[in-house]
Write a protein that binds this ligand. Structure first.
Ligand SMILES: Nc1ncnc2c1ncn2[C@@H]1O[C@H](COP(=O)(O)OP(=O)(O)OP(=O)(O)O)[C@@H](O)[C@H]1O
Ligand SMILES: O=c1ccn([C@@H]2O[C@H](COP(=O)(O)O)[C@@H](O)[C@H]2O)c(=O)[nH]1
Length: 238
């Protein structure tokens, strides 16, 4: 069998995608399907870190947060990602996939704090490490957390599993004429203001020479294909 292209990956899972066809929250069938795909690459010997978003539960810049102090709204958003992290861990437990949740905000009764060395040890042991609470700082996103944690634990690539199947010339949800890139550079993504990932995360990846792949979380087998180095989604290179 061909070996995976990467030994250690940092997977950013869209919070909003966890809703499935529901209007908010976590859709059980969706989370089970995503976890099964993660389990498949873990079985191939790939070490997997996961950063989970929070858009399905709370988004700091959502209409509901209008008038709210931005930092407070962002802390609420980060707590939402911890809820998703716990749900993800539970779904992994149900299929016998070992995982640990570490959070950037201290919530001792719920999960252990983020400790880089421990996270690396867990990855080496073949456990999935789920990083909750983003970076732990307001005014950031979980995309940036994925880039940051990916660099800290020595991942070879950041994989953004999202609602669209790659990076387009414009938002494909609003512009039907948008064309998908097979690959593009970080400089081009930043210069063209392609909003599939926030600019802070893109700049961090570019500066640290961390490649990024963007693909659809809804496409069966896409995660495995990216991990095998096959042509899937969009690859953003330095
Ligand atoms: N140029 C572009 N190419 C692809 N998608 C784009 C582009 N511009 C905007 N988008 C939008 O970006 C979205 C993905 O980024 P976003 O950060 O909103 O979601 P996410 O990270 O998947 O979710 P969450 O923040 O809940 O974790 C896509 O659903 C798409 O509609
Ligand atoms: O480092 C971080 C990460 C996230 N937030 C807040 O949480 C929400 C949800 O995260 P998404 O990346 O949008 O899924 C985000 O909108 C921020 O409000 C944060 O403050 N810092």
């Amino acid at each position: 069998m061909t070996a995976p292209a990467y030994k250690r990956i940092m997977l950013k899972l869209s919070g909003e995608a966890l809703m499935g066809d529901d209007s908010y929250g976590i859709n059980r069938a969706t989370i089970e399907r995503i976890v099964a795909e993660v389990a498949e690459v873990v079985r191939m010997g790939v070490q997997v870190g996961v950063v989970i978003g929070g858009g399905n539960i709370f988004r700091g810049v959502a209409p509901g947060a209008v008038g709210m102090d931005r930092a407070t709204a962002d802390y609420m958003g980060m707590l939402a990602t911890v809820m998703n992290a716990l749900a993800l861990q539970d779904a992994m437990r149900c299929i016998g996939l070992q995982s640990r949740v570490q959070t950037a905000l201290a919530i001792e009764a719920v999960a252990e704090p983020y400790i880089r060395g421990k996270a690396i040890r867990y990855l080496e042991e073949g456990k999935v490490v789920i990083f909750g609470a983003g970076t732990g700082n307001p005014f950031f996103t979980t995309d940036t957390a994925a880039a940051l944690r990916g660099m800290e634990v020595g991942a070879e690539i950041v994989l953004k599993a999202t609602k669209v199947d790659g990076v387009y010339t414009d938002d494909p949800k609003t512009n039907p004429d948008a064309m998908r890139y097979q690959q593009l550079s970080f400089d081009e993504a930043i210069m063209r203001n392609l909003k599939v990932m926030d600019a802070t995360a893109l700049a961090l990846c570019r500066d640290q020479k961390m490649p990024l792949a963007v693909f659809s979380i809804f496409k069966a087998g896409a995660l495995k294909r990216v991990v095998m180095g096959e042509d899937e989604g969009t690859k953003v290179y330095c």
